[in-house]
Design a protein around this ligand. Structure first.
Ligand code: MG
Ligand code: MG
Length: 618
């Protein structure tokens, strides 16, 4: 039964998700909008203060402490270990009283000496629950995917039922469930009041032992590959009304600042709640494509960019109304704004990044709904004048401005916004069609943040992770695409500062590194651009020899490609032809391409492109 006005659920986060001191973590959680926290006990042990201090700090921030975790290796032990485990539990009860929380997380034992006898396990947990109940406390039992005897949630549930104590309930953790490939659907039939707590974590699909996977590679909902909405729907159907809490162990998150991580966390949780029908949020927009790309440049860089664009077949169409410093170049459905204005957001972007892409105009079906969704996901909205115009916009985590152009208003926008040149000379190259993709270079560790941002706000689907071998390290690439594949955004990160991506980020900061333009008749296009004075990135003879051997293309076809410095690839869907331009100031370059049913990005050719670009560097 669906409830159109679900009551707000408390949103919680485990302190282990965030970096910093315990007060840093609490502050980041509160600022991001969480209502509650799980205290991870090692964070408390490292805190230079008492549990009462933590309770006060959390209280001042408006955070409820909903759980203390973990009590490990508790159940099924032989004496004297068993007695010590109970003594340790009593010590945790003392701490809980000081923290002001009533729920202790007990996770299934990893201890090799622990008995797997379910009756023993249930008896120990019943006794613990009885001791807790005497102090007004409760015990939640969680199955770890790598527990010695209890691994599946339904095994933990069986033990909880067998112990049959009102102060003992079940704790569910989506990581452990999906790590074992378990089905969450039967959770819907559990009595919700017997579920004491629910932890949410996503993770990439990896072939790794579950302990390492769990302790290093979890991530927030929307950043991984688990079908979390189905899990959450089952949990909600059980009647569970407690907090939804994120518990994510991730090396990269622990190495980055806590506040942006906490913002990612709540964004992932809200998007997941919405997907599961538990939070009101407009659906993601239909993202039709890129209406324009705005460069932030100084006059020298603008002149160089304009020269390259002209040889690439783009015509100067005019300038933005009331902004003579913003020239517009175009061909087909592609528009570039070269903005040299000495004020405004683009100029600020120029001061920070040098010549760079400051903004994209994204074409959506419904700008108002997109803004409402973004705002609901705690994205900062922005209104930036573009000459005489003010388009609604939002900002990506790297500061890239995303203007929203409504599909039906694009033609009207250009009619009003463009002070047009009469009869541009030379005219635009007619074979250019549209922007195919924009590749964004990101700092190491930032991939998950950007996947979550574009996935949650725009409903883009992350594709497979690909490693691109640079001569100086690996570049990891992951595309984000809409279902229709009319919008494509490959994201690139590199741990190595010496790769093309690493050097771009170190020199210019994160941002758009290359823009790929789709054309028809790429052979005719290449010839036409050559006549305009365009020189593509040179491709080596070795490439064509290798291609001839690997592809089975005949000598005449290879010669046609080689004469134009065209790269070639094919996949199950078809063939792909592409070439690259030299870089403009700021390191950005263009790619021209034609897809004949092909769906990828020419990853097989990336090493050749990277090597050629390296040779061309001064
Ligand atoms: Mg857990
Ligand atoms: Mg590309």
């Amino acid at each position: 039964m669906s409830n159109p006005h679900p009551s707000p659920r408390r949103r919680a986060i485990a302190t282990v998700c965030l970096s910093g001191t315990l007060p840093d973590k609490l502050e980041a959680a509160a600022l991001a909008g969480f209502d509650a926290v799980e205290i991870f006990e090692p964070d408390l042990l490292l805190f230079d203060g008492t549990a009462r201090d933590v309770r006060r700090i959390a209280g001042d921030l408006g955070l409820e402490i909903v759980l203390l975790q973990p009590l490990r290796n508790f159940e099924g032990l032989p004496e004297p270990k068993r007695a010590r485990a109970f003594a340790l539990a009593e010590r945790k009860f003392d701490l809980m009283a000081e923290l002001g929380t009533d729920l202790l997380l007990v996770c299934s034992s990893l201890d090799a000496e622990a008995s797997g006898d379910r009756a023993r396990i249930a008896a120990d947990l019943a006794e613990l629950a009885e001791r807790a109940a005497r102090r007004g406390l409760r015990i939640g039992y969680e199955a770890l995917a790598f527990g010695a005897h209890i691994r599946h949630w339904h095994e933990a549930w069986e033990v909880v039922q067998r112990a049959n104590h009102p102060a003992l309930g079940l704790i569910l953790d989506s990581f452990h469930l999906f790590a074992l490939g378990d089905d969450p659907a039967p959770i819907a039939a559990l009595p919700g009041a017997r579920i004491f707590f629910v932890q949410l974590a996503d993770a990439p699909k990896l072939t790794l032992d579950p302990i390492s996977w769990s302790r290093h590679y979890r991530n927030f909902p929307g950043q991984g590959d688990f079908p979390l909405a189905g899990f959450l729907r089952a949990v909600a159907a059980s009647g569970y009304a407690g907090p939804l809490s994120l518990e994510v162990f991730n090396d990269e998150f622990r190495a980055s600042a806590p506040r942006p991580t906490a913002q990612d966390a709540i964004r992932g949780l809200i998007a997941l709640e919405a997907e599961a029908g538990l939070a009101p949020l407009p659906p993601p927009p239909a993202l039709e494509g890129v209406g324009f790309v705005e460069f932030a440049l100084d006059p020298g860089a603008a002149a160089e960019t304009a020269r390259l664009l002209t040889t690439l077949g783009f015509a100067r169409l005019g300038h933005i109304a009331a902004e003579p410093g913003a020239e517009v170049y175009g061909a087909g459905g592609i528009r570039f704004i070269l903005n040299t204005a000495a004020e405004g957001l683009a100029h600020g972007h120029f001061l920070r990044h040098g010549p760079s892409v400051a903004a994209l105009g994204l074409v959506v079906d419904d700008a108002a709904a997109t803004l409402a969704r973004a705002e609901g996901l705690h994205v900062s909205l922005w209104r930036e004048p573009l000459g005489a115009f003010s388009l609604p916009a939002l900002r990506a985590p790297d500061g890239l401005l995303l203007y929203l152009l409504e599909k039906d208003a694009v033609a009207g926008f250009w009619q009003a916004a463009l002070i047009a040149e009469t009869a541009p000379n030379p005219p635009p190259e007619p074979r250019w069609e549209r922007i195919d993709h924009l590749a964004i270079a990101l700092p190491a560790g930032a991939m998950d943040r950007f996947v979550l941002f574009y996935r949650s706000v725009f409903g883009l689907l992350p594709g497979p992770r690909t490693d691109l071998p640079d001569r100086f390290g690996l570049i990891q690439s992951r595309p984000l695409e809409n279902r229709e594949k009319t919008f494509r955004l490959p994201l690139n990160v590199s741990e190595s500062p010496a790769t093309a991506t690493g050097r771009f980020v170190a020199t210019h900061g994160p941002g758009v590194q290359h823009i790929a333009l789709a054309a028809r008749d790429i052979f005719g296009l290449a010839d036409s651009l050559s006549a305009r004075g365009f020189t593509p990135l040179a491709v080596t003879a070795n490439y064509y020899e290798d291609l001839a051997a690997a592809s089975g293309l005949d000598a005449a076809e290879i010669a046609k490609l080689a004469a134009r410095n065209l790269l070639y690839d094919r996949d199950g869907g078809g063939e792909f032809y592409h070439f690259y331009s030299p870089a403009i100031p700021g390191g950005l370059f263009f790619e021209g391409l034609e897809r004949r049913g092909y769906q990828g990005y020419g990853a097989a050719n990336a090493p050749f492109r990277l090597a050629a670009q390296r040779r061309g560097e001064r």
